[in-house]
Ligand binder design. Structure first.
Ligand code: ITT
Length: 212
């Protein structure tokens, strides 16, 4: 039984899957918001990834009494002045539609907007801010980025979000084609979480000592 229990402050199953794999080598038991169905939705109204991550983590730690790890992330496209950015999950939102946009709605809209943008100007990056909030009020944060290009057409079935249209020149493939192991070696999320691993190891040691 792991000594440190963490809750991921996310409703996105793709993020939970990746975070769980990234933490698999640690003495950590990872819960998600699916384990706390009674919790209210936490609004994302910040102007930056960092603000949103911090708020989601702090609220989840407060509501569950557990250390909470929140990821706020998105895609910044150079030719679009950094859009969709913090609005990545809601990019193709249609206020008259009965449901929020799907991942495919979002990347199709992006490909449409980028239709006339030549290859050399299709640079983009995934950005991830992770915040770790402790029930005692302390908050730790880290940022990760992953550079790439917006593909001309979708490719691949793995991952989530914009992965089918995020081209990695060093692999000659999209993020949705390279598989979880490669994604977790290079992604914005992996880079952000790696920065927090030192503090997570320390918390795990403290929890183990307290349990003995
Ligand atoms: P939570 O707020 O519950 O964590 P969310 O999906 O709404 O889930 P965000 O507000 O952080 O999360 O929005 C992130 C969006 O950015 C996500 O829905 C994807 O469209 C995109 N995104 C983030 N990381 C990605 C990744 O690794 N691969 C592909 N798309 C990603």
């Amino acid at each position: 039984m792991a000594s440190l229990t963490l809750v991921t402050a996310t409703k996105n199953p793709g993020k939970v899957r990746e975070l769980a794999a990234l933490l698999a080598d640690m003495d950590v038991r990872l819960l998600s918001l699916a384990d706390f169905p009674e919790l209210p939705d936490i609004p994302e109204e910040g102007a930056t990834f960092a603000e949103n991550a911090r708020f989601k983590a702090k609220e989840t730690a407060r509501l569950t009494g557990l250390p909470a790890l929140a990821d706020d992330s998105g895609l910044e496209v150079a030719a679009l002045g950094g859009r969709p950015g913090v609005f990545s999950a809601r990019y193709a939102q249609d206020r008259t539609a009965p449901r929020p946009p799907t991942d495919e709605d979002n990347w199709r809209k992006l490909l449409d907007e980028m239709q006339n943008v030549p290859w050399g100007e299709r640079r983009a990056r995934f950005v991830c801010e992770i915040a770790l909030a402790l029930p005692d009020g302390r908050v730790f944060r880290a940022k990760g980025e992953c550079p790439g290009y917006i593909a001309l057409q979708p490719e691949g079935e793995q991952g989530f979000g914009y992965d089918p249209v995020f081209w990695l020149p060093e692999y000659g493939a999209t993020m949705a084609s390279v598989g979880l192991e490669v994604k977790n070696a290079i992604s914005h999320r992996a880079r952000a979480l790696n920065e927090l691993k030192k503090i997570l190891h320390k918390l795990a040691r403290e929890a183990a000592a307290a349990g003995n």
